[in-house]
Design a protein around this ligand. Sequence first.
Ligand code: WQD
Length: 337
Amino acid sequence: MKIVVTGGLGFIGSHTVVELQNKGFEVIAIDNLSNSSIEVLDGIERITGKKPTFENIDLREKAAVQNFFKKHTDISGVIHFAASKAVGESVENPLLYYENNINALVYVLQEITQLENSNFIFSSSCTVYGQAEVMPITENASVQPAMSPYGNTKQIGEEIITDVAKVTKMNSILLRYFNPIGAHASGEIGELPLGVPQNLVPFITQTAFGLRKELSVYGNDYPTSDGTAVRDYIHVVDLAKAHVIAMQRLLNNKNIDKVETFNLGTGTGSSVLEVIHSFEKVSGQKLNYKIVGRREGDITEAYANTDKANTILGWKANLSLDESLASAWKWEQKIRS
Ligand code: WQD
């Protein structure tokens, strides 16, 4: 069966391509290489022995999307990762985010809803919950007004998919990620943040490697165990496996509703200081950090209630925070060697 992975050379996309190939799927990876590199194809091949078909397509080009789907009429499903995802950048440049994250989604949906089998997995985010009132967060938690244009594009994306599924053959699963971290155990693929990392873990590994002077911990006056903010850090390989299980659910017509939503997290919250201490333990290195003021727009805590994913999707995160950070550190050292 042929599965298209948009953003297939990106951080989560590339790990999902590996897991799809491991399950015997034929994969076409689409990427415009705006936030990834063509060498990721070789990394995937070194892991699975198979290089996925690759098409360098910018999904903002409607004609290019139409031509792709004209060429590939035997597609069984699409997993859509392709999107811009930097919260801060989205505030500075909202139109870039609405064009890339919404227009591209619409063009892809216009094509797949013409296919015999339209099974669509959407990369969403826990950011849609904002600061949820109740922890752990269930899928029924209310979607809060977005804190950024990036978060808004995820909310709008989910609404578009829901509207389209109502009036087409398309079946879809929305996967709301918590905080993806880590890298494939082989050290062949991982996160490649461009420029100064916005996210915590790549900033930690770059600091440990000496690329950054020190980590700034954004606030220790939150109402949490140690004052630093709490998140649910999930290993990217666990996350990738969830995408394969979700796609299999649709392919086997096991979905109960035309659009289903699942939180993908470990179910455990970790504070920034706990992440730092875990990293120091697994790396054997002291991390240079200082406490500074809170970052605009950050929430106090978010971690997933994973009951629905565990029981209905039949998926559970297996890898620990220590294993995730050890894999991220191995990857950082590999790419700098
Ligand atoms: C985690 C914690 C920071 C950097 C974002 C997006 C979310 C998803 C994941 C795409 C927070 C603290 C961070 C640093 C720090 N992206 N931190 N110093 O903000 O939870 O989520 O990335 O889907 O949609 O919103 O992740 O890694 O930026 O921050 O203290 O240099 O680490 O304050 O508490 P976040 P993050």
